[in-house]
Ligand binder design. Structure first.
Ligand code: NDP
Length: 308
């Protein structure tokens, strides 16, 4: 069985930053990137709030740079997803989907979070045929068409603004009479003429045929049911943390976010650390994820040094 001193799971800003710090501390880190190398940022176009880039930076470009930086410093970055973990004793035993079982002295969980769906049968039926959780990945297909975005947070506003540049019309389906998004994003969507907000509305069903999505049936709080004609239906209603593989051992909150100890990245299992969106219920930014990856690597370094 392969023996690893510092195993990092997750290829987003938290994982790559942990790999940068762990490499420089001579911990010989191995990082498994998971299903979406680069994480959620690879589904974003321009990031304007990551410090150090006067004119902003592309999400994919930022992630590629972090990954290359980690690899140049010596991190062993691999494709592969963790399918099971036994954290009952050290060294921890981790199984990766491409067959290997790994023994790890320390573990940094930086598996991020995944987009939520509404749970409608029609949503599953049309997934990939008009239903998407990533406007920047799929918006291109709806040039000069009508689309809908569900949600009222920063993600929904960002996606609606992005789509408004490509599409004829964007409906925002918002379940309350207020947006949750920051004031700046609210102002942006309110001032975009081809975004129409459908307040107090929920989606009853996504309509379509063999060619894919053709519309959505909307139920307003006052009881009115009406259809909108759209070719694309985008979900932007938040994310759930990717902690399932570890949750038998590592303490999570009621929503599945890994609980860390105070200002540190320590979990309830000694030698297991958590970083990034899988443990962040508040900030969920690239910069905060990167910072928590740094903390996790420093915590792992201290832990490993104390073992010697
Ligand atoms: P949020 O949790 O902030 O917002 C989710 C939105 O979806 C809310 O409006 C919520 O409604 C709505 N919603 C949730 N479930 C349903 C449902 N079943 N049906 C209909 N609507 C639903 O998630 P975001 O992904 O927008 O943002 C997550 C975090 O990331 C936030 O802290 C945000 O500020 C941050 N972020 C920052 C960005 C930036 O700084 N550039 C960009 C994107 C995100 P309700 O309000 O009624 O609960």
């Amino acid at each position: 069985m392969e023996k690893i001193r510092c195993l990092i799971i997750g290829g987003g800003p938290a994982g790559y930053t942990a790999a940068i710090y762990a490499s420089r501390a001579n911990l010989s880190p191995v990082l498994y990137e998971g299903l979406q190398p680069g994480g959620q940022l690879t589904t974003t176009t321009d990031i304007e709030n990551y410090p150090g880039f006067e004119k902003g930076v592309g999400g994919q470009a930022l992630m590629d740079a972090m990954k290359t930086q980690a690899a140049n410093l010596g991190a062993d970055i691999r494709r592969g997803t963790v399918t099971s973990a036994d954290l009952s004793s050290r060294p921890f035993r981790i199984t990766v989907d491409n067959g290997g079982e790994i023994s790890a002295e320390s573990l940094i969980i930086a598996t991020g979070a995944t987009a939520k769906y509404l749970g409608l049968e029609s949503e599953t039926r049309f997934r990939g045929m008009g239903v998407s959780a990533c406007a920047t990945c799929d918006g291109f297909f709806y040039r000069n068409r009508n689309v809908a975005v569900v949600g009222g947070g920063d993600t929904a506003c960002e996606e609606a603004s992005y789509l408004a540049n490509i599409c004829s019309k964007v409906y925002m389906i918002v379940r309350r009479d207020v947006l949750r998004a920051s004031q700046a994003m609210q102002d942006k969507v309110m001032n975009t003429p081809n975004i129409e907000i459908l307040w107090n509305c929920n989606t009853q069903e996504i309509l379509g045929d063999l060619s894919g999505v053709t519309g959505a049936r909307i139920l307003r709080k006052d009881g009115e049911v009406f259809d909108i004609a759209v070719d694309g239906f985008f979900l932007a209603i938040g994310h759930h943390p990717n902690s399932e593989v570890f949750s038998k051992w590592v303490k999570t909150d009621e929503n599945g976010y890994i609980v860390t100890d105070g200002k540190t990245s320590h979990t309830n299992v000694e030698g297991v650390f958590a970083a990034g969106d899988v443990q962040d219920t508040i900030y969920r930014q690239a910069i905060t994820a990167a910072a928590s990856g740094c903390k996790a690597a420093l915590d792992a370094e201290k832990f490993l040094n104390n073992l010697q």
